[in-house]
Design a protein around this ligand. Sequence first.
Ligand code: ZN
Length: 626
Amino acid sequence: MKMKKLFLACILLLFSFSKLFAQNSNYWQQHVDYKMEVEMDVKSYQYKGKQELVYTNNSSDTLKKVYYHLFNNAFQPGSEMDMRLQSIKDPDGRMVTKIKVDGKEIKQSRIANLKLNEMGYLHVSNFMQNGVAAKTKEIETILEVELNQPIFPGKSATFTLDFDGQVPIQIRRSGRNNTEGIALSMSQWYPKIAEFDFEGWHADAYIAREFHGVWGNFDVKITIDKNYILGGTGYLQNPNEIGYNYQEKDVKVVIPKKQKTLTWHFKAPMVHDFTWAADPNYIHDVVTTDFGTTLHFLYKNNPKIIENWKKAQQKTVDLMKFYNSFVGKYPYNQYSVIQGGDGGMEYAMCTLILGEGTLEGLTGVIAHEMGHSWFQHILASNESKHGWMDEGFTSYIEEISLNELSDKKAANPIQSSYNAYYKLVESGKEQPLTTHADRFDENRSYSIASYVKGELFLSQLEYLIGRKNLEKTIKRFYSEFQFKHPTPNDIKRTAERVSGAILDWYLVDWTQTTNTIDYGINEIIEDATSTKITLQRIGRMPMPIDLTIDYNDGTTENFYIPLRMMNFEKENPTPNIKRTILKDWAWGNLNYDFVIEKPKASIKKITIDKSGLMADVKRENNVYEK
Ligand SMILES: [Zn+2]
């Protein structure tokens, strides 16, 4: 079994290295090899560990400093996360308590009220670089290390450190004893080296969101009370010493009564994070599939939820099958769905999700969080800077897949997302997608920007280059940028390479500005036998135009107006209906007209973009009806 895994790891590595050079010979990324040993005290929720990190500098810079994240330190009264929580207009409901003061409802920061034994911390001591002490400085959630020797391009250094942590009462994502009763949800729990890439250091303080990590290999040993059952990132190396349904068939695991703890040994090849959860009351189901990935489900032995968790298992298999065919093969042979008791968050090879509620809710969260395995884990874009690439693209495949697997299929499964975007535009609170995830004025603006507008990026790309090209773009993007850190330009260039269209204007207007799309039908003027139709560009953002004319005699005709700056003609999306390609429309012209050789009286209805895929903020003027 071990050999097989080692072989897979080698294949993964070879594969990823060949990919590194496939696209851009200038591309580089740092590499890490973590070894950690940690002991968890399940009574005090404190843990102590040792970490060895071999850090390889593949950049052309000589590094004199490195930075680590110490995420736990955010969960302390007065932290930057606490301050942000207290000042934002629409705080995350999970992070506040609603109280009444003089009959008025007030939202109080839950972090502000944490007692000493409830807050989180993570401290580092005894830091060494290649066996020699180096100077460190803790700045709340960031550790700054002044190296005693610079790391030259192409060279590696070994960092060793001891860490001391306390698991906070769960406020968000990571934590203990949450409302669903999960003992330990251990995400962002260890000193995690910050990413250094072509943009420099990404040593973002932990204020709310999100994550960006270095690709590498993890070897983690967790020693914990023997009654606790674990799930998480990585392949368990000693299943026959552990049991709990991890052991090989027919193996009977006997743990001596005297033994108090178990040491769980995990290895995870080519990931950029390591997460785990533990509870003495987990049920652990294992589901094998015909596509080689074994699925693990860990959830509380709570009669209220067991039936849903059983039913969700086949759905998870179906969802993964769909993602494998729609995006590309999931490369690890394990994935775990774990009740973590707070929302849902994606991690390497696993997710921690809420476990109670309806089956539909549970399946929806699994569809979303597992979708992140493709968009953020394997295609590891920087979530803090480009949330729309992971949240948006994940939302897109989630809704496409749920629609595909549902009995009732919607024509546009993401119509509600278009509506949410229109509402945000109307509110005047939209900020460009290039805004850092922490610096949106309101949580709502962040959510709609990254989840919805990111989703519409792909959906609208179908309008621009056609369904076949969109599907090819998604597959090619995955195959060329997996195990890397793709940027917005990479998805745009992939779509350009696939379709031949020029799309820079699309990336710029949609993600770097809040320009909106508004095209309208301006005038319909009748001649003796013909009709002149005048269209108008009202919004700033350019778009090609699909236009449909329905005639009184029941026939329909389509027209396509290419956008000049796009230099492209889309394949007819509805080949059963006659389509005429008209002269292109240059953006600088506010007006555009064309003539049809039919009287005005024969026209029943004219529609700009019948598909609804173009996010036109004012659809009323898209339709002329007699
Ligand atoms: Zn998400």
